[in-house]
Each structure stands twice: as structure tokens, then as C-alpha cells.
Write a new protein. Sequence first.
Length: 416
Amino acid sequence: HMSKVDAAAPKPQVCVCGAGNAAHVFIPLLSSMGYNVTVFADYGDEAERLQKGIEENDGLRIDDRQDPENKRSYKGKPLKVSKDAADVVPDADVIIAALPSFAIKHVLTGLKPHLKEGAVIICMPGQGGCEFVAKEVLGDDLGKVTFAGIIPMPLNCRISEWGKSVELAALKASYDLAALPAENSQKAADVLSKLLDKPVRGLQSFMGIALNGGNANNHPPRLMATWGSHTEGQTYADNPLFYETWDDEAEKWCGMISDERLKVFDTICEKYPGKFGTPGQIPDVRAYMAKINKGQISDDSTIKGVFATNNGLKGFHYPMKKRRRTENGEAEGGGEWEIDFTNRYFMEDIPEGLCVYKGYADLAGVPTPGIDAILTKFQSYLGKEYIVDGKLCGKDSMATKAPQAYGITSLEALLP
């Protein structure tokens, strides 16, 4: 293999977009590995604030606790931070866009005039319709540049002090990637694999990313298992741990959603051989969690085990909030806790995840009783109507990240 040549070849220059949790890790992580890193942060005064923090702190610090027995800290600093893409994008070979889905269009629009020929943009996570946005914004430039989306999100991390330090809990063990144009997916996978020093598999289409595992297959079914009989205004005595308490009911719902999304993917692949992927190519929920959290799970033989015995998932609680208290300090009747329906487990994982599975299911004509039950149960508490009579056609269905919201009304419209 070419490893000797590779070692001598100049390292690609990397531009990190934004200044969120993931950016706080990628900037020092990649610069400490010897990459030249620039930062494009055009939101408000983030670029100035980031520059200031880095100068005062002599770099961004990562407190790496991936191995609890061997915690370590190290710093790294970028070559340049700017709110102007012209300063930091033109020399970048790889652009890392670890962004919330609402920011993708804006950032791609900013990048577009400055992209170098051959550049690879890597969007994380690659779920949530980013490929439709990329087609719209980059258009004819796709080919000159490659747009890729990956799953899972590489990092579990949290900023400790903005612009100065971040805690890294986990860097996932392996990835799936899809690209536009589709024939560049293996090339982009190799670029990312080298960058993170982890295995990356190139898939044939973004459908393999959209119907893959992830939060949509994990959070909503867990919530359904616990709160399937919740009624308006009901309160609870405590807020338990989310993963360590994973039970048979949660395993049942989680497995049901997994089976349904795989059935959708396999049905579409069988209908259009060679176009979107191969049946059986994307993993069920147990295999997915076991693969991406390799080394962190003590029993990965069951769905329950990959959640309940996973070191990377310890200490998280349910999406709940403390109830308001009366004058004398008592919670107003009933329990101390209520469900927080504004939490991202609801606000993101349902419209940007579960509804995406459902959208593809409708296009493929595959029934999804489990997904339907969860959407029907929770949509009214979110003040939304996504699903009506088992179809993603409610008044809020166009505010989801399902393909229908991007004007896709048939599988034919998705053909490369």
C-alpha cells in the first residue's frame, strides 16, 4: 500500500466551520496532529471572541477523558480565525461543517465562492436533509468539489469554557459516509479516515445515511417505552437515568423502529437495484451501537446491553424539568418533575429523525406501525401535527427534514 508516500505527502489543510462544541474539539485535535487548521465562524462576533480566547489561553485546550483511567489534556491553535470565508477557505482541502441543520444553508452559501477545486466538505451529522440543501446551494459546483455527510456524529463533547477549553468524552470508532457526486464517496471516506485515523465506509447514497441508526432510533422509542401512557399535565416523582435503566419495553420499541427503517431501506434497494445501496447494508440498532461504541460497552449482545452497559452513555437523565414551586416551597400538587417537551430528544429527534424515516417509508409504501404510534403519541404534546391516518401529511409535515419537505414526492425523484 502507499503508506510510505502518504507519510511524506503534505498534510491537507483543514477549515473548521463554526464555533460550537465539535469545533472546539476539532480545532485543537487536528492542529495537535500536525494539520494546518483555519476557522470560518461568521455567526455574530464568534470569530473575534474565539480569537481572543485562543490568544489569552495560548490555544484551545481539550480535556480528554475517553479513557477514564488515563485522563489527559492538550492544546492546539488554528493558523487563522475569520468571519470572512475569503480569509480561511480558499486553501482548504477539507472543510469540516459540524453544524446544526438550520445553519447548513447559510454556511454553504458563504463557502461557495471560495472553494478550491477538489475540496471535500464533510457535514456532520449527515442526517436531516443536508444533501438536498447542498444540491440547491452548490449546484453545478458538485463535482468540482465533493459534499459528504457522515453518521454518527464523531464526538461526545461539551465546552467547559467557551473559546478556551472543552471536555472530550468519546470519539466514535467507525463511520458511514455518503457523497455528492455519489461516485466520490470512497474518495471522501478515505480523506476522513486518514484525518480521524478511524475506519470510514463509503455508501452509495444519502438514503443509507438517512435510514441509518442514530438518535432517532434511540431516543423516541426510549421515551415511548417510559411515557407511552403519559397524560396531559401528569407529573413524576423523580428523573431517572436514561440509559442505565434501559428495560425490556425500551428494547422492544427500539427494535421495532430499527426493523421498520431497515425494511424501508431494503425495500427501496430491491426496487432499484444498484442505485441506492444493497439490502442488508445498513446495521440494525444493536450492531450500529456496538460498532460505533466499540471498546466502551461491556455487553453488546443485546439492544438492552449496548445502551445499559455503555460507558459513553453514563450519567444522562431523561428530558425533564423541575416543576414550579408554590410560596411555601412545595411543588404544586403531584410529583417534583415534568416532561420537558422542548428538549432536543423531542424537538430534533422527532421532526429531523423519526419523521425522516417515516417520509421514506411513505415513498416506498412500507407500513410503519411503531413509528406511527410514537409520532401519534407525542405530536400533540409538541403542538404539532406530523402524521394523519398513518401518513406524513399533517399540517406540520413540511416543517420536518423528510424528503417530502424538500419537494420529493416519489422515489424516482431521488434517483442519481
